[in-house]
Each structure stands twice: as structure tokens, then as C-alpha cells.
Design a protein around this ligand. Sequence first.
Ligand SMILES: [Zn+2]
Length: 62
Amino acid sequence: MPRYYFKCSDAGYQCSYEVDGATPEELEPKIKIHAKYAHNMFEVPEDKMSAFKAAIKEKPTS
Ligand SMILES: [Zn+2]
């Protein structure tokens, strides 16, 4: 059951990419790959990665 999700628009991009996973760590490589292909970041700079990580949200439990 995925508990964390990331929306690229939450990181300030006009982009509809979304991904979810069980842990924030699980999302990081997926976000990096997305940034590489969709946003032309061959290497994601540290400050951008911090912004991406800050945009990872925990799903509300119902
Ligand atoms: Zn994006």
C-alpha cells in the first residue's frame, strides 16, 4: 500500500507527473529519472533534489 506520493506540480513545475511509494526513499530514484528525462536534468542538483524531497507528501490515512 503506497503511503507517500510526489506531484511534480508541487515542486513548482507545470507538469502532471505523479508517483507514489511505500517510503520517501523509494520515490527519490523515480523522481531523479523523471527530472532527467522530463526536465533535462542529467544530474539533479542538490538544491533541486531538496525541493523535490520537500514536495513528497504522506497520504492521509482513512
Ligand atoms: Zn515533472
